[in-house]
Design a protein around this ligand. Structure first.
Ligand code: AGP
Length: 596
């Protein structure tokens, strides 16, 4: 959840690479940032607040051939200059950056304090440079001291360290991502590839327990005993252009507009439009009889959709919150497949749930956006959603791609021969999303209800996950109260909150019995003076009871949720924009949540 960057190359370039890399990692955390550069002397600069505070403070003033940087999402201690990384030892000779949680830091800190070490911060991380310092004082090399310090840590970590006596960056990981970038005459290190994508697309993914040593233009990876490992260098498909804002005011808006392309990529090579058949390579050899989805946040909403789609296709399926599954797992049937839906592939709760399933001998599949992510590497199979990099903290295009990928799973695993209609609808979906983006009246709706005290979203069946997702998006980026409900549940309690100042967004598609029941629920809120916004394909009567309408085209019921959700993404975006919120980096949040 914090972001780490490292560079070993040429003096003169280091600060630019580090600061540029931190910009690319800000989505992981942005409450403080810092850098440490070494050129025989160690210089450290760190600042509370967003990255520009650090940029102003360093003002080009630090140099050296190696350096590390960090952007923080607080776990131990509030955002402050002291708690910002890098952290140093007593004599400021060693600097360390860390992502994760060191669980035994209290004991280590007490021991170190008893031996005279002084601490400046509230963080768990600060014990690491002091442990390194102790071993250096005993005559160990920097690498020996680093390994010995790491051996004493419990918990999760991606760590990188520099020392004033060495031109190397030392790094290691356990349960937190870390990737090496291989340049012509420089080596890079980061929590995530976009941090150095301007310089190289050749990467080496570190596995848990491995150690990397980066020097100007060279890198090695070794195991815990120091034995050198042969690691393969992969090429990443994303390019730097994809991770830029490309003229949009916010990444979120750019990513909303990228959905037609993302969806085409997700479908490419997986559906046969002529026969209606669906091929999902990732399922090869798995042949499950039932499915359990585990996921968090937006991905959990996609999982709810996926479980419903599979059940309708004849495959028993359930969706679980990964954080609950990890601590209170359900029985797993013998032929079940546990599918982790995770955009980043690094969410600690989801990884923990998948590992729990593996411990109980279940087969696992990662549905993820990131090739080389921990989930992709640890599961028996990986189904890539191919949405391209998503930088905005609020997930948008990846939700749409996850819903499409769930449709593919349902068609591949079940569907009793009626996949053809879904496939036809999926084929038309990217074009429909484009038309909707071009014609949406979401901005006017956002303006009209800008003063609302809170927002409610309701839907049934496949539109229930959409109502949950729309509410999450709204609260995440506008900081206003928003809740999503199964429409039928309103009358069991939440209706007490509904007033003339709480618009209710009702997602109603089709004109079947489900739609009729939802229209009935809409009448109930209308009778309590609540303004109603209908998100609808016009097939039902809901518009008669609506104060505003957001239209979507008619399509298959398993595809309509994507279209309805795009309208609601835009409502959340425009509401947040008009309120002047920090859309891409909402307060207290981070894109990739690598702590439990
Ligand atoms: C949603 O906008 C959030 N970014 C969040 O709920 C996110 O979906 C969740 O943290 C799971 O992330 P993942 O898909 O990378 O596992």
């Amino acid at each position: 959840m914090c972001g780490i960057i490292g560079y070993a190359g040429q003096s003169g370039d280091t600060l630019d690479v580090l600061l540029g890399g931190l910009e690319g990692l800000e989505y992981r955390g942005y409450d403080s940032a810092g850098v440490a550069l070494s050129n025989g002397d160690l210089s450290v600069c760190k600042r509370e607040g967003e990255l520009y505070h650090l940029q102003e403070a360093v003002d080009g003033g630090l140099d050296g051939p190696v350096g590390i940087g960090h952007t923080r999402w607080s776990t131990h201690g509030p955002p402050s200059n002291q708690n910002a990384h890098p952290h140093t030892d007593c004599s400021d000779d060693v600097a360390v950056v860390h992502n994760g949680i060191i669980e035994n830091y209290d004991d280590l800190k007490d021991d170190l304090a008893d031996r005279g070490h002084e601490f400046d911060s509230d963080t768990d991380t600060e014990v690491v440079p002091h442990l390194i310092e102790e071993r250096l004082a005993e005559g160990a090399t920097f690498e020996e001291a680093f390994r010995s310090a790491v051996a004493r840590l419990e918990g999760s970590y991606a760590l990188a360290a520099v020392s004033e006596d060495s031109e190397a960056i030392l790094a290691t990981r356990r349960d937190s991502p870390l990737v090496v970038g291989v340049g012509e005459d420089a080596a890079y290190l980061a929590s995530d590839v976009p941090a150095f994508l301007d310089y190289t697309d050749r990467v080496v993914y570190l596995d848990d327990g491995e150690f990397a040593r980066l020097e100007s233009g060279s890198w090695t990876v070794s195991d815990a005993e120091g034995k050198l490992l042969e690691k393969s260098v992969s090429r990443v498909e994303w390019d730097a252009e994809e991770t830029a804002k490309s003229g949009y005011d916010h990444y979120m808006l750019k990513e909303i507009h990228e959905q037609p392309r993302a969806l085409r990529k997700c479908l490419r090579g997986r559906v046969d439009e002529l026969t209606g058949s669906v091929e999902v390579d990732a399922l090869e050899g798995l042949n499950p009889e039932s499915v359990q989805f585990v996921a968090c946040g937006t991905s959990y909403h996609a999982a709810l959709f996926g479980a419903q789609a599979l059940r309708e296709a004849g495959v028993p399926a359930q969706a679980f919150l990964a954080s609950e599954y990890a601590v209170a797992p359900p029985p797993i049937p013998d032929d079940a497949l546990v599918v982790g839906i995770t955009q980043s592939g690094e969410t600690a709760d989801t990884l923990s749930a998948l590992r729990e399933a593996q411990r109980r001998d279940a087969r696992t599949l990662a549905m993820t956006n990131v090739v080389g992510s921990t989930a992709a590497r640890e599961c028996d199979g990986a189904l890539f959603i191919r949405a391209g990099p998503e930088i905005g903290v609020a997930a948008t295009k990846t939700f749409s791609s996850q819903v499409v990928a769930c449709n593919l799973l349902a068609a591949a695993l079940g569907d009793r021969g009626d996949a053809r209609e879904v496939v036809e609808a999926l084929r038309d979906l990217p074009g429909q999303v484009q038309e909707l983006l071009d014609s949406s009246r979401a901005e006017q709706v956002a303006e009209r209800f800008l003063d609302a005290k809170g927002y409610f979203f309701v839907g049934r069946d496949y539109n229930h996950p959409v109502s949950l997702e729309a509410a999450l998006k709204m609260k995440e980026i506008t900081y206003k109260h928003a809740e999503g409900f199964a429409a039928g549940e309103l009358k069991h309690g939440p209706l007490a909150l509904v007033t003339g100042k709480t618009p209710v967004f009702a997602v109603v598609t089709g004109d079947d019995e489900t739609a009729t029941k939802t229209v009935g629920n809409v009448k109930e809120v209308e009778a309590r003076d609540a303004p109603v916004v209908a998100v609808t394909d016009g097939a039902s009567e809901v518009e008669r009871y609506a104060d505003a309408v957001l239209e979507i085209p008619e399509t298959h019921p398993r595809v309509a949720p994507v279209l309805a959700n795009v309208q609601l993404q835009l409502v959340a975006y425009h509401t947040a924009n008009k309120l002047g919120r920090s859309i891409d980096k909402p307060r207290n949040l981070a894109k990739s949540v690598t702590v439990e």
